[in-house]
Design a protein around this ligand. Structure first.
Ligand code: HEM
Length: 547
């Protein structure tokens, strides 16, 4: 009797396994999607990490295969690379939590951020984090941060003049990215935690040192064994992956060190915010992000509350996500302005006119308010164009939590020459979201999609029939329920800083030939050709303008 039961069980198991393999290999196989030839062992995903300009491979593949193509991770695992707007809309905006972040990005962010919103992977857990954080990013809250943005910008202008440019009327080459990163760190300290990092005053500051070059030091040109190792994570038991960060590689050592520095500060700050919320009335309380978050959290239903550890991780997340990203986009903005004096003059003229308009108003002071910034069409268009051409988060990783069908905006030619308008995929299918390729689709942005042309956003040349992303139909801030929570914060900060900088300085390319590369270092990082050892670097000639 036992042997009959065992035989039946074994047969059922074998049939199920065969059926599953059959489904994977036939109906749900993505082998018919064209893509570059991989080596079975190595795959070809690692080639993305060795391009000297982020996106070069993506653009080539889009040209050859269309807006969806097949890449390969080690050991013959297929990964669908996606730039198609309808497919992206489906994955990000129409499928709720059915496309979680890849295990790789989850494990890596957990090492340097802890249990934060970035790697909350169940819908309940993520909704809990998002709900606690959202009040701190409301329109009125963001408006209250304007003075801190202005102070950061004014301090940067003063330091550039006093320390560098007063003695150099002809201008000087400045590594603008380094200064911008220190300024945005100070700004996030004040707005998010009511805390002075003091990074602009002291370049040797502990926190700014912990973050300086973090991604380039840890993510640039990963060794092949690391690519294999990461590819194996999906087969390892989840609890085991919690120990990955303790492996003494250069990247994990660097991540752990930065987390240790930030944890030291965040324990003190989170405790202070909790104490303040207990004793100070809401009207008189600090209005920084952490204080608002702690208060919102305390009044929350217990099943939705964040733990102290989670709040500390939030602090690491805000510090990292909230400063390097914005600094980087600002650095690319100044580079584009330096390359295009015509646009730089246009922006300066728009700022001048707005300033005169503000002075004529019956207002006190001559500060730019949010409405002033929003009513400057060229400033808005310029930032959209920089965000389009320089998406610092250029790839995102997702996988399917269940079988699904991905719709396409235009027919895709398969390996057998068939035209398809949708792609059936199996649960577990991995995706590489090519933000950089989507942001350059000619059918959306125009025939000159590879050129820097802010006017496209003013002249109505953008064909955005499929609504995507949280801002400007771009994927730069991602999209849907997990889209960037800080995009407005970042925009207002960038607008305020750019307005101050173009009023005070003129930017041009350095006199000696300096080729800037878009390096694939986790984030897209500017580095100088043949000077990669110097890390993330954007040197520009800056000349102070007379008042
Ligand atoms: C130009 C600047 C920025 C860019 C390009 C950017 C981009 C992104 C992207 C692409 C994501 C999605 C990541 C993923 O799916 O894995 C994201 C998420 C996030 N960003 Fe930003 N970001 C910027 C600025 C900021 C700022 C200033 C803050 C906070 C002050 C911030 C906080 C966050 C947080 C908390 C998340 C996680 C959201 C969630 O999972 O619900 N970001 N950002």
């Amino acid at each position: 009797m036992v042997s009959i039961t065992s035989a039946v069980s074994v047969s059922v198991l074998i049939s199920l396994t065969v059926y599953t393999i059959y489904r994977r290999l036939t109906k749900f196989s993505v082998k018919h999607i064209r893509g570059p030839d991989p080596s079975f062992w190595k795959g070809n995903m690692h080639t993305f990490s060795y391009q000297s300009n982020v996106g070069d491979l993506d653009f080539e593949y889009v040209k050859e295969y269309g807006l969806v193509w097949r890449m390969s991770a080690p050991l013959g695992q297929d990964v669908l690379a996606v730039a198609d707007p309808k497919a992206l809309q489906h994955i990000y905006q129409r499928s709720g939590y059915n496309y979680p972040k890849s295990i790789e990005s989850d494990v890596i962010t957990r090492i340097f951020l802890g249990d934060s919103i970035m790697n909350a992977h169940t819908d309940h857990s993520h909704a809990r984090h998002r709900k606690a954080m959202s009040p701190a990013f409301s329109a009125s809250q963001l408006r209250s941060f304007l003075p801190q943005f202005r102070n950061g910008a004014a301090k940067l202008c003063r330091l550039w003049k006093e320390q560098i440019l007063d003695e150099k009327p002809e201008g000087e080459v400045i590594p603008v990215n380094k200064w911008l990163a220190r300024m945005t760190l100070d700004v996030i300290g004040e707005t998010a935690f009511h805390f002075e990092f003091g990074a602009l005053d002291n370049s040797g500051n502990e926190v700014s040192k912990a973050y300086d070059n973090l991604f380039a030091d840890s993510q640039l040109h990963p060794r092949l064994w690391m690519t294999f190792f990461r590819a194996s994570w999906k087969w390892l038991p989840r609890p085991l992956l919690n120990f990955v960060g303790y492996i003494p590689t250069r990247e994990y050592k660097r991540f752990r060190k930065s987390k240790k520095v930030v944890d030291k500060v965040s324990t003190i700050l989170v405790d202070a915010a909790i104490e303040e919320a207990k004793v100070v009335e809401v009207e008189k309380s600090n209005k920084d992000v952490m204080s608002v978050l702690v208060r919102a959290n305390m009044s929350e239903n217990p099943s939705f509350q964040l733990s102290k550890n989670e709040m500390m991780s939030q602090m690491a997340t805000l510090t990292l996500a909230g400063h390097d990203t914005t600094a980087s986009v600002l650095a690319w903005s100044l580079w584009e302005l330096a390359k295009h004096p015509k646009y730089q003059n246009h922006l300066r003229e728009e700022v001048k006119q707005k300033r005169e308009e503000i002075a004529r108003r019956d207002d006190e002071g001559d500060d730019f308010e949010m409405e002033d910034l929003e009513s400057m069409p060229f400033l808005q268009a310029l930032l959209k164009e920089v965000l389009r051409l320089h998406p610092i988060v250029y790839h995102l990783g997702r996988f399917a939590a269940k079988d699904d069908i991905i719709p396409l905006s235009e027919p895709l030619v398969t390996a057998t020459g068939e035209n398809i308008e949708e792609i059936p995929i199996a649960k577990g299918q991995e995706f590489l979201i090519s933000v950089c390729a989507y942001n350059r689709i000619k059918g959306i942005w125009g025939e000159d999609a590879n050129e820097f042309n802010p006017q496209r956003f003013i002249n109505g040349e953008v064909e955005n029939t499929i609504k995507l992303g949280v801002y400007g139909n771009l994927m730069t801030f991602s999209a849907g329920t997990r889209g960037c929570i800080g995009w407005r914060f970042s925009l207002i900060e960038m607008q305020t800083v750019l307005v101050a900088l173009v009023q005070n300085f003129e930017f041009s390319l350095p006199p000696t030939e300096t080729e800037i590369l878009r390096m694939p270092a986790g984030l897209m990082a500017p580095m100088v050709k043949n000077r990669l050892k110097e890390g993330v670097l954007m040197p520009l000639t800056v000349r102070a303008l007379s008042a």
